[in-house]
Design a protein around this ligand. Structure first.
Ligand code: G4P
Length: 524
């Protein structure tokens, strides 16, 4: 039953994720958002750095060596009465399964583009995931302090490659060394850019009207004239921003700035809290569940060995409906087990302080004694279950050799736990005689698997990358294809075949019309 408090807490929540190609500026924007949200006082503490209270990811040496963020959880801050949960998605292109899963917990996404590079490969992949889930997307074009592409062309590229209408809400005045600020097309104001020392304090912002003659003396007559021309063109030729089209995922509002210089980010945040949706209903096997119904939450991410001080397994749950309180009695709906989430399941937010209560859109960490799987629901209603969870499609496959055969037990435990997290996918040969294949999107995933197996489970394995590059799930049972050497099963026992090339796949299809291949999740 809905209460005024529940309704209020839902309406003030904004849970979102940032999607971008590596290097576009996701980490920098995250820092600045936290700075404006008051969660940190000085930018620079989000990325793994020693001695920082907000360093969450220094537990894994491979992350430090490579300077990439592999783990993902949520950062939380308050801004203008809104409670914002920013889901931290890994930036590297080899970690897409984790990102897929994280995006299932987001109500909207911010797409960050590099002003010089526009839409890049990883942006496209992640955008497709958001599109499949129908998540509204906002766009921030970053690095305007560097030479940019022609902005009209950049917006055209967004429209052509992503099939979404891009509507600018601000417009840049110059770029690179000539970058002077942005014009706010909605408020009809100009936000002037001033470079501040190392971007470490709030950027000063002054507001003027676009036709103010003083503007000419501030930005120069040439830029002023170009801005007036651009604005006339935008107002004449571009569609008006339509929030409903944005909420349907058909239109993206576009903002411009320079995250490194603290410019444009607060303006974005102010607009974001107004435009982005509050938590919506959850699709379940029994239909949509409103956030105002009784408590239900789903597990979207598992992580083993989160920190050296807490060697344990963590399940991240997104609250989907109702008020979650510590100690409440719930059902783990897949097994029907009753759970009381209190001492037995330590609850924590980002820095492991105990969570007393949480509302739809919030992320809660649960210590996982091996009960939870991805996609599991815990709820006061025993029947709520999720439809299938999205999985990535591996593009590279490896076999393994265990260096010390006496470690087989630890190896199997590590393999099962790391596969459960989505570090890699495991495919088991149907004859059971051979060792499993590992599947990944890119080779870095294999390296992470090897490093974590060694560091966390004390097991050394050699990996041998095979010539398989394609995988297809099959309809029906596996017996009809069991004779093929490349027949395997996924971790849920579903029949799968591996192929070396598209030619190999088409040839097999031609030779064996009796085999029915299922569409890949991204083609659905
Ligand atoms: P990512 O998380 O999307 O991978 O990007 P990240 O924020 O780490 O930014 C990638 C690089 O781009 C960083 O430089 C960062 O400082 C720079 N950058 C981010 N925003 C802007 C911007 O608005 N303007 C300019 N000119 N650069 C920007 P780096 O040299 O790789 O790292 P660092 O030494 O600066 O930390």
């Amino acid at each position: 039953m809905s209460t005024p408090t529940l309704e209020h807490e839902i309406q003030r929540r904004r849970t979102f994720a940032i999607i971008s190609h590596p290097d576009a500026g996701k980490t920098t924007i995250t820092e600045k958002l936290l700075l404006y949200g008051g969660a940190i006082h000085e930018a620079g503490s989000v990325t793994a750095r020693e001695g920082s209270a907000h360093t969450r990811s220094d537990w894994m040496s491979i992350e430090q060596q490579r300077g990439i963020s592999i783990s993902s959880s949520a950062l939380t801050f308050e801004y203008q009465g809104r409670h914002i949960n920013l889901l931290d998605t890994p930036g590297h292109q080899d970690f897409s399964e984790d990102t897929y899963r994280t995006l299932t917990a987001a109500d909207s996404a911010l797409m960050v583009l590099d002003a010089a590079r526009g839409v890049q490969a990883q942006t496209e992949k992640l955008f497709a995931v958001c599109r499949n889930r129908g998540i509204p997307i906002l766009t921030f074009v970053n690095k305007l302090d560097r030479p940019a592409q022609d902005i009209f062309e950049l917006l055209q590229q967004v429209e052509d490659t992503l099939q979404i209408t891009a509507v600018p809400l601000t417009w840049p005045i110059g770029d690179g060394p000539d970058f002077r600020g942005v014009y706010d097309l909605v408020q009809k104001q100009v936000l002037l850019f001033e470079r501040v020392a190392r971007g470490r304090s709030r950027a000063p912002v002054s507001l003027k009207s676009v036709d103010d003659p003083e503007l000419g003396s501030l930005v120069g007559a040439e830029l002023h004239a170009r801005l007036q021309e651009d604005v006339a063109l935008i107002e004449g030729a571009m569609p008006e921003f339509d929030r409903d089209a944005f909420l349907r995922g058909e239109m993206t509002p576009v903002f411009f700035g320079s995250a490194m210089n603290n410019f444009g980010v607060e303006h974005f945040l102010r607009t974001f809290v107004e435009l982005a949706p509050a938590p919506g209903p959850l699709p379940t096997t029994e239909g949509l569940r409103s956030p105002e119904e009784g408590f239900a939450g789903f597990i979207f991410k598992l992580q083993a060995n989160m920190s050296r001080n807490h060697r344990d397994r963590t399940a991240f749950m997104r609250v989907a409906s109702g008020h979650f309180e510590r100690g409440m009695d719930v059902t783990h709906t897949r097994t029907g087990r009753k759970l009381r989430l209190s001492q037995a399941h330590t609850l924590f937010a980002q820095d492991r302080e105990k969570v007393e209560d949480a509302w739809p859109g919030d992320i809660v960490g649960l210590v996982n004694p091996g009960v939870f799987r991805i996609g599991d629901v815990i709820s006061v209603s025993p029947k709520v279950q999720l439809p299938d969870f999205p999985r990535f499609t591996p593009e590279t496959f490896a076999t393994m050799t265990l260096r010390d055969v006496t470690k087989r037990k630890a190896f199997q435990k590590g393999l099962a736990q790391l596969a459960e997290e989505g570090v890699v996918q495991v495919f088991y040969p149907t004859d059971g005689a051979r060792d499993p294949y590992l599947g990944a999107v890119g080779p870095l995933q294999f390296e992470v698997f090897q490093a974590r197996l060694s560091e966390e489970y004390g097991v050394e394995v050699e990996l041998h990358v095979t010539s398989y590059t394609l995988v297809r799930w099959l309809a029906g049972d596996a017996t009809q294809v069991a004779r093929f050497a490349r027949s395997v099963e996924d971790d849920q026992g579903r029949p799968v075949m591996l192929f070396r090339s598209t030619f190999d796949l088409t040839y097999t299809q031609d030779q064996h019309p009796e085999i029915e291949f299922l569409p890949l999740p991204q083609d659905l």
